[in-house]
Ligand binder design. Sequence first.
Ligand code: FMN
Length: 186
Amino acid sequence: MPLQLQTPHEIRQQIWKELGRASKDRHHAWRYPVLATVGRDGAANARTVVLRGVDAARQTLLIYTDARSPKVGELAEAPDALFVFWSARLHWQLRVRVAVFIDIDGPKAQALWQQVQHSAAASDYLGPVAPGTPCPDAHSGAAAVAGIHHFALVNANVLEMDWLELGRGKHRRARLLADAWQWVTP
Ligand SMILES: Cc1cc2nc3c(=O)[nH]c(=O)nc-3n(C[C@H](O)[C@H](O)[C@H](O)COP(=O)(O)O)c2cc1C
């Protein structure tokens, strides 16, 4: 059942609450948004990612990636990106326009790598070959090189949100800026 939230303040608070939950709960649908970028050829590009962290006070979202992945190059050239979330439980779509900063060896990335390197996901950042490199067959993943990691932190500063609620016959939509709320036609 969609939540019966009425005021812009209530809805905004619930959006950030759900984002925070999604960053901690692997069963939350918002845990797996699509991150859309502008490709280096100017064409659209998009992929699923895991929402790893949310800071409501600073209005930031965090994801982890391989520093060599094409998206990192794309974001370095065009840091404006878009997350798209959908929750069938909430009946909410959220599109979040962000300005991205990639942290590869800053203190925050280094501190997080200290945790990630002991987790099952560590191998995602230890492969010797860059993501997207052609390989001879599906099982040709080369062994990790001890000590050399390619962990990168994608810090996304929220610029604007587009919230859409699908209701029975009555939809609601709003554009949220940090200090403004605009109802829009769904
Ligand atoms: C459920 C799911 C979660 C994923 N999470 C991440 C992630 O958190 N970070 C990441 O870099 N890639 C993640 N991927 C892989 C990306 O979708 C993508 O295939 C990969 O990062 C290469 O993207 P790029 O070529 O645009 O850089 C995930 C894929 C799936 C299916």
